[in-house]
Write a protein that binds this ligand. Structure first.
Ligand code: PMP
Length: 362
């Protein structure tokens, strides 16, 4: 059987997401663990979601709605869109795989930045495509000129992660417009906006108004980050009806589970929770910037709910020492940045614990 497995699949590395709290408890025998590794909302979801989900539990003997009708209606009202502009996925991760399924054949090229969200590389590799990775500029922002120049006849998809994971940097409206006007319309441009709701920079490109002008543009958003529903897996794509229809043809009929659909609708209703989450993130950022400045550590100002910090030491070592203190973060070696760590901005308490542990370690 192994001989029959595609070579590119055998070559796939094993992706290691942020360690789950339970695993760290088991292996390191520490209690009171905080996870600052996977850019989840430390406040959790809206209390409204938790309250109403209990009622939703009664329906779990039945399959979910294959078309996510009520969730799509809620999103249409929220964004002023038509249902045909929306695809709902089992996390935006699934939509990335669906994009590969409809557009990328072995040998086709996919362009994205490096470092950026690791899922792009894995999805391209699994599809047998060729990743064309364009280094970020020195200031850790996307080099859209180089990305546009990298287009060939084999290019099928371009990912722009905005804000970029793991750097927290953004691409502004002007640059995106320039870029879109240069890219042939038979190449899909995906703007991954998983952290869109955390952005405060007014030059940010929201992109919603662009989907009507550019049929080859797809926006990806998620309920996993500011909406606090990472464990339920629900994300969505916004784009032209033609690409949405193609993606819908290859998805599993019941890709988004019943509780996820209900929770996403309730989460969307509670925009106060979104505001509170954004506020807590801003306060956390301020605290972390101030304290990192105090100890003289370099970091990249972020537009997301996570940030990169240069420890000046072996990040893997720092990662393990923090684990022993019950703090889960991500070492930068996974992004090709061996002295940097990526942390999720936490609650006031978590941020304080992180800073004192870091000072103790360094
Ligand atoms: N895009 C980016 C940039 C991310 O960081 C993540 C989560 N790590 C995702 C997409 C996937 O989010 P989900 O599948 O939970 O919607």
């Amino acid at each position: 059987l192994m001989r029959k497995v595609r070579q590119n699949v055998r070559e796939l590395g094993r992706y290691q997401p942020g360690k789950p709290i339970e695993e760290v408890k088991r292996k390191y025998q520490v209690d009171n663990i905080i996870k600052m590794a996977s850019n989840e909302n430390p406040l959790g979801p809206s209390p409204l979601v938790l309250k109403l989900l209990r009622e939703g539990l009664q329906g779990i003997h039945q399959y979910p709605d294959s078309n996510c009708y009520y969730l799509k209606q809620a999103l249409c009202r929220f964004y002023n869109l038509e249902e045909e502009n929306l695809i709902i996925g089992n996390g935006s991760d699934e939509i990335i795989d669906l994009i590969m399924a409809v557009l990328v054949e072995p040998g086709d090229e996919v362009i994205y930045a490096n470092p950026s969200f690791i899922k792009y590389r894995l999805a391209v590799q699994a599809a047998g495509g060729k990743s064309v990775e364009i280094p970020l500029r020195k200031d850790f922002t996307h080099d859209l000129k180089k990305m546009a120049n990298a287009v060939t006849r084999k290019t099928r998809v371009i990912f722009i992660c905005n804000p970029n994971n793991p750097t927290g940097t953004i691409v502004g409206q002007g640059e995106i417009l320039d870029f879109l006007s240069q890219i042939p319309t038979d190449i899909l441009v995906v703007i991954d906006q998983a952290y869109r709701e955390y952005v405060t920079d007014p030059t940010y490109c929201d992109g919603l108004n662009l989907i009507h002008k550019y049929p080859n543009l797809l926006l990806l958003r998620t309920f996993s980050k500011i909406y606090g529903l990472a464990g339920l897996r629900v994300g969505y794509g916004i784009g032209h009806p033609e690409i949405i229809d193609m993606l819908n043809r290859v998805r599993s009929p019941f890709n988004v589970n019943l509780l996820a659909q209900k929770a996403a609708i309730f989460a969307l209703q509670d925009q106060n929770h979104v505001l509170t989450s954004r506020y807590v993130n801003e306060q956390g950022k301020k605290y972390l910037y101030q304290n990192l400045d105090k100890v003289g550590l370099d970091y990249i100002p972020t537009q997301g709910n996570f940030m990169l910090i240069n420890t000046g030491c072996d990040a893997q070592e720092i990662f393990e020492k923090l684990l022993m203190r019950g703090i889960i973060i991500r070492p930068g070696n996974i992004f090709g940045l061996p002295t940097w760590i990526r942390i999720t901005i936490g609650t006031e308490n978590a941020n304080k614990r992180f800073i004192s542990a870091l000072i103790e370690i360094l």
